[in-house]
Design a protein around this ligand. Sequence first.
Ligand code: NAD
Length: 492
Amino acid sequence: MKAYKNFVGGAFVLSKGTKRVPNQNPSDTTDVLGEVVLSTREECRQAIEIAARAFRPWRATPAPVRGKIVSRAGQILRQNKEAMAALLSREEGKTRAEAGGEIERSINVLEFNGSQAARMSGETIPSELPNNFIYTIRQPLGVVGAITPWNFPVAIPAWKIAPALVAGNTVVFKPATLTPETATRLVEIFVEAGIPPGVLNMVIGSGADVGDEIVMNAAVRAVSFTGSNPVGVKLYEQGSRRGLRVQCEMGGKNPLVVLEDADLDLAVASTVSGAFGSSGQRCTATSRVVVVEQVASRFVEKLVEHAKTLRVGRSDDPETVVGPLVDKHQYDSVLGYIRTGLEEGAQLVCGGSKASGPGLENGYFVEPTIFDRTTSRMRIIQEEIFGPVLSVQRVKDFDEAIEVANSVSFGLTSSIFTHDASKMFRFVDAIETGITHINSPTTGGEAQVPFGGIKATGIGDREQGSTTLDFYSEVKVVYVDYTGTERTGHLY
Ligand code: NAD
């Protein structure tokens, strides 16, 4: 059985760790891709030391040269797109079409970040003094940790590793243990693109050992984390105590608002794709629909009719629309939330059980599930479920819709469906999310656009887009005096 290796100092090395877990296909757990060896803290420490040693020469490599390596990784990923999508689908459970979408996004991320090498520029600022000027330069930080989840196991590592490298940092990457094979392929692609030894390192292991070592090791200057709230907040607390620069992108509970003048068919189609695509395992998934009473019954009827047509199946079946949940933990948790919804008095109008049928015996399949007549006091409204479960909240008007949409701790994405331009812009103004959509699903994002949430969802600089390098670099200010004489007085 293949065992996944760490990548340290330019070589793939097998961990000496004694704990091993199988890497199973979530559509069929009898299909085992390989074995994950959980690395030790000491192995992570060594990787950090090697990354620290590689920093000076990498920092001295001109930014455009670093950018070319990252762009080349994008080209290599494009050449391997089909194989990578098939692997992603088998390992994580996305449908082939969804996996193809994630790989396309990852290629865009690599190409965009490669091109951002030219943005390692600063400002020239006039001084208040004669014959003086001031300029700024952007400099790398040192060793950066990238700690990532399983749900976008190629795109999220790509959108952290690429800007970190372009900015001149060296990286220690800790992928989720559920997706080691796609992580390994991504690292191989960087190697093929020409990344020098020690500049990019990968250590596979648990959050408690490898993740914690990355956060606590003094040689690590910054950590970019994407994952759940409890882990992100703990990591931020620990890191900030030692002055670590931390960026956390965490959970969501994204609302889609439907007003009385909305195109209901469009709103239904967008809700269904946002709620049930990737089996609801997206931070940007639509998990709440806030609909005004006037059209609520008609909307719910259409929504349920559409959701019932969705085919649940194995990720490698081209007919599948809703694939499996990633593992038993996630499957049990989602079924537990469905029970909670029933106990809380929500009205189940679609699904509500595990999905069964030929070929589904050994996977983690759950029916697309819809609860109607839910309220903001319910746990199924307040907590991230991360599965194919959607809750409908009925409201009397636009003002109540905004109040209800904002009634959760999270703030990642949102949507509104209306043709009323005034309400669109009032919504944009008032909605408490980092991203919002008008007449389109809550999901999606583009490489050249900043991405991230507010409130409990996000801590630190936005990832991607024009802000992609901000987290990974420091601004240094340089005062230049070319008078050639001693300054006679100080301004401040
Ligand atoms: P998770 O928090 O369980 O794990 C994320 C990563 O953190 C993993 O690599 C894990 O091993 C590591 N980790 C765990 N404990 C740690 C510790 N004590 N110290 C350091 N690292 C530790 O999250 P998950 O289940 O892998 O991912 C799903 C979550 O990710 C959901 O909440 C989802 O909303 C969120 N997510 C957010 C975004 C976003 O951009 N906002 C994108 C994708 C996923």
